[in-house]
Structure formats: structure tokens, C-alpha cells
Design a protein around this ligand. Structure first.
Ligand code: S3P
Length: 166
């Protein structure tokens, strides 16, 4: 059995995933890191050199590989993982518990504005208002997928410990 964390960029999937794994004595794995190792390239460079369609194909392929290979693991997905190919169906397997880390638009905008340079989908957005508009639209599309998680935990106004505990 595995636990997957899903949610928008900046929702804390990696941070919470690491803490949760320690707490319940599971292994921890980050799907983006796994992709970078396998492809021998950063996510930003995969987007730049091969494009998003290539990235989505690989993301789906490695998601399956990870779920088949690992057990008793916390797996942090990429923000878009549940929304492409047949990934959502794969994530609905009985052996997987999926948790949606839900973060508000204002909080995501605040967190992502500082760290947007390493994220290829938002790195071109220079103004905070433009970033907020982008996230609003994206969240509207993606919430449909995130909301199909088995559990939902809000991360607003909580520290890492509180979210992990919940
Ligand atoms: C993406 C989120 C990123 C990474 C890629 C695409 C997305 O992961 O997979 O840049 O589509 O939201 P994080 O959510 O870990 O930043």
C-alpha cells in the first residue's frame, strides 16, 4: 500500500511528504525527483528541451513504475500528475490512499511568487497579479481532479507539524 500526496505547486507536497514518512515510518519518494534522475535532466530542462507533451508522457510512465516498484511509501506527485493521461484512474487503485493538500489562491500566489523561477509553467510571469490570474484559472481546471482524492487536508494557516498530524 502507498500514500500519494497531490495538490497544486506550492501546496507543500514534498515538505509534508517527508515529515509524514518519518512519522509513520514509510519510505519517501518525490515523483519529480524520480523523473529527473531517470531522464538525467531537471524538470525545467525537460520542459525547455522536449516540451510539455513529452514531460506528461514520461510523468505517466514513471508514475506507474513507481507505484509498481514501491510499497509502504509516501509519494509526492507533481502538481499536474492527477490531471493527465489515465493517471487519476491509476491513483484510484485500492492499494493507494490519495491525499489532496488544499491551499488557497492567496496563499499559493504568495508562496509561488518567490519560487517561480524553477517552475517552467509559471517562470515567465513577472507580475504578482498575472501569476494570481494564472493560478486561479489553473486551480479551477485542476480542482476537479484533486477533489477526487480519498482525503483532503487544508494547509492554510497551519504549520508543517499541524498538517502532518492531521
Ligand atoms: C507541474 C508541477 C511541478 C512539476 C512540473 C509541472 C504542474 O511539480 O511536475 O513543473 O503541472 O503543476 P510541483 O507541484 O512539485 O512543483
Amino acid at each position: 500500500m502507498n500514500i500519494v500526496l497531490m495538490g497544486y505547486m506550492g501546496s507543500g507536497k514534498s515538505l509534508i511528504g517527508r515529515e509524514l514518512a518519518k512519522k509513520i515510518n514509510f519510505k519517501y519518494l518525490d515523483l519529480d525527483d524520480f523523473i529527473e534522475v531517470k531522464e538525467k535532466k531537471s524538470i525545467a530542462n525537460i520542459f525547455k528541451e522536449k516540451g510539455e507533451i513529452y514531460f506528461r508522457k514520461k510523468e505517466s510512465q514513471y508514475l506507474k513504475e513507481v507505484l509498481e516498484t514501491y510499497n509502504k511509501s509516501i509519494i509526492s506527485l507533481g502538481g499536474g500528475t492527477p490531471c493527465f493521461a489515465d493517471n487519476l484512474e491509476i491513483l484510484k487503485q485500492e492499494s493507494i490512499t490519495s491525499i489532496y493538500l488544499q491551499t488557497s489562491l492567496d496563499e499559493l500566489t504568495k508562496r509561488l511568487f518567490e519560487e517561480r523561477s524553477k517552475r517552467p509553467l509559471i517562470s515567465h510571469l513577472q507580475k504578482k497579479e498575472d501569476l494570481k490570474d494564472f493560478i486561479r484559472k489553473h486551480l479551477f481546471e485542476r480542482s476537479f481532479y484533486y477533489n477526487q482524492g480519498d482525503l483532503k487536508v487544508s494547509t492554510d494557516a497551519k504549520n508543517v507539524n499541524q498538517v502532518t498530524e492531521e
